[in-house]
Design a protein around this ligand. Structure first.
Ligand code: FPP
Ligand code: ZN
Length: 332
């Protein structure tokens, strides 16, 4: 059956390279003014936002606007002493997404000692349900994103023993669909973002044998559109963040070469805002740190020499993963 292809036309003047200085300035200034309306509106995603900005700067070998000590002290204040979980900002309820981002930041800067890491382990353990799945927080939403976050966090802390890994694998395996893809829960539609989470989960748990490698890789490489960009599901527009979700999954599956790398590179470079700096989802849209980190990470996977090498499972600098002596599974 034919599917509708929605795409965009690339602008005429696509930058030929990464606008490093613009992006560094954009990320250093983003969300710095506490009196600004947007600052308050972004409370609910602050710690993950810090992970996007700081990781993007790290990929470009640039230093952040705050000291590492200030960053670490902010995160420390977001840890809930009772549950051990970490929240998006001071005073909010803890959530696994921000707990993972916090641990990723602290590992990158070798600063894990500022938080109660045993509290984090206790929190992640408390979110596992009898069927092996994970809730995002105490309110009970279940999603394969949270299974991924659980194993990212615990593997970075070297405490995978705290959860039932067999049951966790069974749950993720039960989310596999007829098309080789994965969704958020059993019987949920295949989605490239969730495929990254499930493939990443299986890479960390060393269970990539569970995937139907070529069926899955075929679904993923079909996400590339004539513009060179990738979408997250059939019939959707291209979006630069899928350069990460799709490309990292293909890398873990040893099928990166199934994508036209040059065409994708041109699409990603076209998503740069030449005035404000930063990357947007599509050329001409408003740039933000989320699409900036995943645009840069995609270019790093494509082998851009001026960027630090990114690890496809953790979306962190490879040198950090090496320092921690982690060896997530990659199919060759
Ligand atoms: C698209 O969301 C993306 C996803 C569903 C994946 C989210 C993944 C995580 C939160 C884990 C992140 C961890 C690391 C280490 C990077 P969307 O809501 O934009 O989807 P849409 O394009 O369908 O709207
Ligand atoms: Zn996006």
């Amino acid at each position: 059956m034919a599917t509708l292809i929605k795409d965009i036309k690339l602008p005429d003047n696509v930058p030929s390279n990464i606008l490093f200085e613009k992006h560094i300035e954009f990320l250093k200034e983003y969300g710095q003014d506490e009196n600004n309306y947007e600052y308050g509106m972004m409370d609910y995603l602050r710690v993950s936002g810090m992970y996007w900005c700081l990781t993007a700067l790290e990929f470009m070998n640039a230093s952040p606007s705050h000291t590492i000590e200030e960053v670490a002290q902010y995160i420390k204040q977001c840890q809930d002493p009772e549950s051990g979980g970490i929240s998006a900002c001071i005073g909010h309820d803890p959530h696994i997404l921000h707990t993972t981002s916090a641990v990723q930041i602290l590992c990158t800067y070798n600063k894990l000692d500022v938080i109660d890491t045993e509290g984090v382990v206790k929190y992640i353990k408390s979110l596992q349900l009898p069927d092996g799945s994970f809730m995002g927080d105490k309110w009970g939403e279940v999603d394969t994103r949270f299974s991924f976050c659980a194993v990212v966090t615990l593997s970075l802390l070297k405490r995978m023993d705290a959860i039932d890994v067999h049951k966790a694998v069974d749950f993720v395996a039960s989310c596999k669909n007829f098309d080789g893809g994965f969704g958020s829960r059993p019987l949920s539609e295949s989605h490239a973002g969730l495929m990254f989470c499930c493939v990443g989960f299986l890479s960390i748990t060393n269970r990539l044998d569970i995937v139907d490698r070529d069926t899955l890789a075929w679904w993923l490489c079909e996400r590339q559109l004539p513009s060179g960009g990738l979408n997250g599901r059939p019939e959707k527009l291209p979006d630069v963040c899928y350069s990460w979700w799709v490309l990292s999954s293909l890398t873990m599956l040893g099928r990166l070469h199934w994508i036209d790398g040059n065409a994708l590179k041109t699409y990603i470079l076209a998503c740069q805002d030449t005035e404000t700096g930063g990357f947007a989802d599509r050329p001409g849209d408003v740039a933000d740190p989320y699409h900036t980190v995943f645009g840069l990470a995609g270019l790093s996977l494509l082998g851009h020499k001026a960027l630090q090498k990114v690890n496809p499972t953790y979306c962190m600098p490879q040198h950090v993963i090496d320092r921690l002596q982690l060896k997530p599974q990659i199919l060759l």
